[in-house]
Ligand binder design. Structure first.
Ligand code: FEO
Ligand code: CA
Ligand code: CA
Length: 710
């Protein structure tokens, strides 16, 4: 989501000081290593118990080499890729999925029915699911998040959205609701190397902000989520503001609810979690609640106004927002009802990425809360991985039942990053002890066994356990061999100097426990730059006993900045890292791709948002023998691979199993793709004149048919 548009108001009002009031503002990685057991030192000592380290393999293997020259930054209405590559627009917003939708045309008047049967708007996280074991590189299901909407583009033929007498027309609201959510669409490769979607594939499907969805895990069936729609608290309608994503080892898609609070409104007393998460108090983002009234069906619009109305929670929608803020599991291969997996926490989820998968061990999933001074989390399943649950030809297993086995019971942790380069996962369980010695349940004012309450108040629980406030956690990805976890921290305008006091906001309207958080937080070792406008990427390795060792992999910067800590040049300067994928290429090696969602700084003056690549294993080793981070001596390995069109964010990423095609998303372009009527077209063609902009997936492949990047 564009930094211009996104509402990242400070919702963290914690009364806790950020971990370690005493932090060193400019602690370098090597100082960390010298001062304690940092990632590299522990790696050398074999302290991770993971088998293999960058140091070990780097001594024995020839590192992969990126076989393209870094491209220049650009400001055009076109996608730019290196010479020898092709880039094609695929499934732009409005692409019909079946015969119930009319053909796209540039002046198409969108309707609820048309939008419900077409690709949604503002593509973000995505993942591919093979349609059989042999053809995953030529035929697959694409699961795609449609994060939010551009009302001007959606309603371009009528000159924009309307609101006569302050009331949004019902069909405008239904259309906007149907433009959000998730798209499942079959994709095939053509003989010329290009790509197309399959109209009327039986797999094609939309899940929108109106689609019935199950609740599962600790919150399901609790008093926290009883509504007039679901008096027993087991269902809700819709998933919203689906930002990044994840996937499971059993073949399902995870879609994550990020900026969902904005579509609700509460004009009365707010729960503390409503306040903490930033529910509007005057009007929902698009005014959907204004369409409530005689013409609505089953409270389809009333539910967005969560102001308490009547006696019982099961008679109104005061709890509707408590059915949002989750990781949602979808079986892309069936029409089964999606499931909100509440055990993975409730906040503004960016995404949810699996850790290494090992038989007989619990599964791990990493997830972050993208708001300023919020936290990084990890979920560890109670069930241990059984390889029989992996997808395989002929396996007709109920994938969502398998999902329940691994995702409904487990432990959610929040991360505390310590000054010695280590860190600890803090359990968010009712009986966990806070630093003040209380149980977490008691500290939150909850009953001793109220796991559902902990989940509803996830970020307050993380505050109370002493988690480290971060610079807006976005995407994560794990090197499956080394176990190294990479995490983007995009930027933070509310990060103050290390020697300043934290400040807190609390508007005093909360009606129950909690309501804590940071308005501003001083710099700490894991987020060392005040007013961090360029962001950074952190990485860590797990250790026994809920410990980990971490380091900062690269700092965003413009090449000319005085605080250019990773030595970036014009060839790779970047800011606001967001999308990220560790692309394993075999033998313990891989490419780390990352994407940007940047604006209003020196890097933005140089280039539009971009996709960069680096082979971490090619960076060499530091004195300890572990893999290096990016610095002035090795930074030429970090290369710019693609640049998006004006106004866009580059996000979403995966490749075919054979790595002959890479897919990214162009979200909120200003004036692209060039041909207003075409669906598939050359993504690198610059727009001539003005078009109705459409977010789209872009397929990138090498003209010689080789592996992308190599
Ligand atoms: Fe939707 Fe945090 O990006
Ligand atoms: Ca993002
Ligand atoms: Ca972002």
């Amino acid at each position: 989501m564009s930094r211009d548009v996104e509402d990242h108001r400070i919702h963290n009002n914690s009364q806790n000081l950020p971990f370690g009031e005493v932090v060193e503002r400019h602690l370098s990685r090597r100082q960390i290593l010298q001062g304690g057991l940092g990632l590299a030192a522990l790696s050398m000592m074999g302290g991770f118990g993971l088998g293999g380290s960058n140091g070990a393999w780097a001594q024995n293997k020839t590192p992969l080499a990126l076989a393209f020259e870094s491209i220049k930054g650009s400001h055009t209405d076109a996608v730019v890729v290196p010479p020898g590559y092709r880039a094609q627009v695929l499934i732009p917003w409005g692409t019909p999925l079946n015969a119930r939708a009319s053909a796209w045309q540039k002046d198409l008047a969108m309707t609820p029915e048309q939008q419900a049967n077409s690709v949604g708007m503002h593509h973000d996280g995505m993942h591919a699911f093979p349609l059989d074991a042999e053809s995953g590189s030529r035929r697959f299901l694409l699961a795609l998040n449609n994060e939010y909407i551009d009302q001007d583009a959606l309603w371009a033929p009528q000159g924009g959205p309307t609101q006569p007498d302050g009331v949004r027309p019902a069909d405008e609201v239904r259309t906007e609701i149907n433009a959000h959510g998730v798209t499942i669409v079959e994709i095939r490769r053509q003989d010329d190397g290009g790509w197309t979607h399959v109209v009327d594939s039986p797999y094609n499907r939309r899940i929108t902000t109106a689609t019935p969805i199950m609740l599962a895990g600790p919150v399901a069936g609790s008093d926290y989520v009883r509504t007039r729609y679901s008096t027993d608290g087991t269902r809700t309608r819709g998933t919203n503001n689906n930002c990044a994503n994840g996937y499971t080892p059993w073949g399902t898609y995870l879609t994550c609810e990020e900026n969902w609070p904005e579509v609700f409104v509460n004009t009365g007393e707010r729960f503390s979690d409503d306040a903490r998460l930033g529910l509007p108090t005057d009007r929902g983002r698009y005014g959907w609640e204004t369409a409530a009234g005689d013409g609505e069906q089953e409270d389809e619009f009333s539910r967005f106004d969560v102001t308490p109305r009547v006696g019982e929670a099961s008679e109104d929608y005061r709890n509707e927002a408590r059915t949002f803020g989750y990781v949602v599991e979808i079986d892309p291969y069936t029409q089964a009802m999606a499931v909100k997996r509440t055990a993975l926490g409730r906040f503004r989820h960016e995404g949810c990425w699996p850790g290494p998968v090992r038989a007989g061990e619990p599964l791990t999933f990493y997830t972050g809360h993208d708001s300023r001074n919020e936290y990084i989390y990890k979920f560890v399943s109670a069930a241990k991985w059984d390889p029989a649950d992996a997808p395989r030809p002929g396996n007709e297993a109920d994938r969502l039942a398998i999902g329940g086995k691994y995702l409904d019971e487990g432990t959610l942790y929040a991360a505390r990053f310590d000054e010695d380069g280590r860190g600890e996962w803090l359990p968010l369980t009712p009986d966990a002890k806070t630093p003040s010695g209380q149980t977490l349940a008691a500290a939150l004012g909850l009953a001793a066994d109220d796991t559902a309450g902990i989940i509803i108040h996830t970020c307050d629980a993380a505050d109370l356990m002493g988690a480290t406030p971060m610079d807006r956690p976005e995407w994560s990805s794990v090197d499956p061999v080394s176990g190294e976890v990479y995490f983007t921290l995009t930027n933070n305008s509310k990060r103050t100097a290390a020697d300043t006091e934290a400040s807190f906001t609390n508007d005093g309207t909360a009606i129950d426990a909690g309501g804590v958080g940071y308005a501003t937080a001083p710099a700490n070792v894991a987020n060392p730059r005040a007013n961090n406008e360029n962001g950074h990427i952190i990485r860590w390795r797990e250790q026994p006993d809920n410990r980990f060792a971490w380091e900062i992999f690269v700092f965003g910067s413009d090449a000319g900045a005085g605080d250019n800590r990773s030595g970036l040049t014009e060839d790779n300067q970047f800011a606001s890292p967001d999308g990220l994928w560790y692309d394993a290429r075999g033998e313990g090696q891989g490419i780390l791709w990352f994407q940007t969602d940047n604006s209003d700084n020196a890097v933005a003056e140089y280039t539009n948002d971009q996709l960069l690549a680096v082979v971490p294993g090619a960076l060499g080793q530091d004195a300890s023998g572990a893999g290096s981070v990016i610095d002035a001596a090795n930074q030429s390995h970090l290369k710019r691979f693609a640049v998006g069109p004006n106004g866009c964010e580059v996000t979403g990423i995966f490749a075919t199993p054979d790595r002959t095609a890479l897919f990214i998303n162009i979200q909120h372009p200003g004036n692209w793709p060039a041909d207003g009527d075409a669906l598939g077209q050359d993504a690198t063609r610059a727009t001539n004149g003005q078009v109705r902009p459409r977010a789209a997936t872009v397929a990138i492949w090498k003209e010689d048919g080789g592996q992308v990047g190599l």
